[in-house]
Design a protein around this ligand. Structure first.
Ligand code: 5RP
Length: 229
């Protein structure tokens, strides 16, 4: 479930602090969500002031925002991201890194391959996202026809899948890539084991567990930014 509750000011501090880490000539994976949006806006201002930066968006929404604020865009065919800046629904420290739950915005498929391709993944979050252990549910993008078999496989793994419904119209959420999302609740799980099991399930396009991928987490607060790395 998408966690809400962090203030926009805290999200802005996190996004701007991570964008500050971007240096001249870098290619940046542009994450999705309200916190990553602050980083994209900051990169737009930096580009306006002369920073040579190019972005690779992880969703239609991020692409649209990047265009509006003037971040020049490129693609994975043309460039490899030096760094990705992305939000998260949950962040849990693990030995030597972090585990994340992502996909509250249904963009986790593109986010995972763009974030994985980057040399560094900077996560931007507010304190409401910090969790120990991760609780879920875990968003799982599925090929539409495969929904019943993936739902059965999730139940076999001990989970309870719920088809994500669109907020402002009838019908399910459809991702940018035309897939459906099952939000899968588990009563406690090992992130590495569940990640491997979901990845091995036929019909699953991508799931929202990002194990050990993040290099740093920028946690915006009411009066500053704490950087966990
Ligand atoms: C989208 C995501 C987002 O990064 C995540 O939902 C966090 O969003 P926000 O910053 O708006 O809380 O994973 O798929």
């Amino acid at each position: 479930m998408k966690r809400t509750g962090g203030s926009d000011a805290a999200k802005r501090r996190a996004g701007e602090a991570a964008a500050d880490r971007v240096t001249d000539g870098q290619v940046v994976g542009l994450g999705t969500g309200s916190t990553a949006a602050h980083a994209i806006r900051a990169l737009g201002r930096a580009a306006d002031s002369g920073l040579d930066v190019r972005g690779i968006p992880t969703s239609f929404a991020s692409r649209q925002l990047a265009r509006e604020v003037g971040v020049p865009l490129t693609t994975l065919e043309e460039a490899t991201p030096d760094v990705a800046i992305d939000g998260a629904d949950e962040v849990c420290e693990r030995p030597g890194g972090f585990d994340l739950v992502k996909g509250g915005g249904a963009a986790h498929t593109r986010e995972k391959y763009v974030d994985s391709a980057a040399d560094d993944l900077l996560v931007v979050a507010d304190p409401s996202k910090l969790a120990d252990p991760l609780a879920g549910p875990i968003p799982v993008a599925v090929v539409p026809d495969a929904r019943p078999v993936v739902a059965a496989a999730v139940r076999e793994l001990g989970g309870e899948p719920t088809l994500r419904a669109a907020e402002h119209k009838d019908g399910p959420v459809v991702t940018d890539d035309g897939n459906l999302v099952l939000d899968c609740a588990f009563d406690g799980f090992d992130p590495d084991e569940l990640s491997a099991a979901l990845s091995a399930t036929p019909g699953v396009v991508e799931h929202g567990l990002f194990c050990g991928l993040a290099d740093a987490v920028f946690v915006g607060t009411e009066d500053g930014v704490e950087v966990l790395e």
